[in-house]
Design a binder for this molecule. Structure first.
Ligand SMILES: [Zn+2]
Ligand SMILES: [Zn+2]
Length: 276
């Protein structure tokens, strides 16, 4: 089992475990270092770091930024960011408000177009202190019995191109890269294997991205080898993780934390950013 997992989500965004629960789970699994990388928020980091210090687990302060890159949408991980910076906290506050407005608009569309008995208040209750996402809408549609699975809700109702879909307005990738750098962090392309348009990757490299998430739970051995060679060729950082969202977001109830095998030596420059 890998002793490192550099991509975990908590209840601060759309995960189902609190930062404290994540660290206890990490301790049970014998992990030495984790990164909490919530979507567009750093709200879970102080709790995660405090729990990590109690349990002897290093926590790399991180976040997963949504970014537009031309016509494409990419996720960019920022590792080792100074999460106490007021301007960075302001950015995340604005990003969350935009997400909230968008989720609310999609919910309105679902009611108007299909007559589903969904309302924003019930979706917001599921979000709790977290960050509103389409994943919450999918779960709510499942609860309402409108669909048989969250995946079906996504494919039929909330995916890009469906009538209820609302475009997101996020920052551009170069802007995000500059922001991560200004916050003292390193930028990494998240789950490259999940990006439909692979041309995005050389463009992100040209734009100055610092690393590639080569190890990822859906990557095949071939994809892993390919992204590792790409990182080596361009002298980029290598990271990896499970993208664990806790048990509730997995049909089998499995927690993926720590299940992605990665080379500790290759990810060492990133685990070195951990607070211990
Ligand atoms: Zn992502
Ligand atoms: Zn993620």
């Amino acid at each position: 089992m890998a002793a490192i997992d550099l991509h975990i989500h908590s209840t601060a965004s759309d995960g189902s475990l609190t930062p404290n629960e994540i660290l206890h789970e990490a301790s049970k699994r014998g992990l030495a270092t984790i990164a909490l990388a919530d979507h567009d928020t750093i709200a879970g980091l102080p709790e995660a770091i405090a729990a990590g210090q109690r349990l002897g687990i290093g926590v790399v302060p991180a976040a997963e930024f949504n970014a537009d890159f031309g016509p494409d949408e990419v996720h960019i991980l920022g590792y080792g960011i100074d999460y106490t910076l007021p301007w960075l906290q302001d950015y995340f506050r604005r990003a969350q408000e935009k997400r909230r407005q968008r989720v609310s608009a999609i919910v309105d569309n679902l009611r108007r177009i299909y007559g589903f008995p969904i309302d924003f208040t019930s979706v917001e209750q599921m979000v709790g202190h977290g960050v509103a996402t389409r994943g919450h809408i999918n779960k709510r549609l499942l609860q309402l019995g409108v669909v048989a699975s969250a995946q079906e809700a996504h494919e039929h109702y909330t995916a890009k191109g469906r009538p209820a879909y609302v475009e997101r307005t996020t920052a551009d990738a170069p802007e995000i890269l500059a922001m991560i750098r200004r916050a003292g962090g390193r930028s990494v392309i998240a789950h490259p294997g999940r990006i439909t348009n692979q041309d995005v990757i050389p463009r992100l490299i040209a734009a100055g991205i610092d690393g590639i998430e080569c190890y990822y739970w859906t990557h095949s051995p071939d994809e892993e080898t390919y992204y590792l060679s790409l990182a080596r060729r361009h002298g980029l950082l290598v990271t990896g993780g499970s993208d664990c969202h806790g048990p509730k977001y997995n049909a089998s109830g499995q927690v993926r934390m720590g299940l992605v095998e990665l080379s500790e030596a290759l990810v060492a420059p990133v685990t070195a950013l951990a607070v211990r």
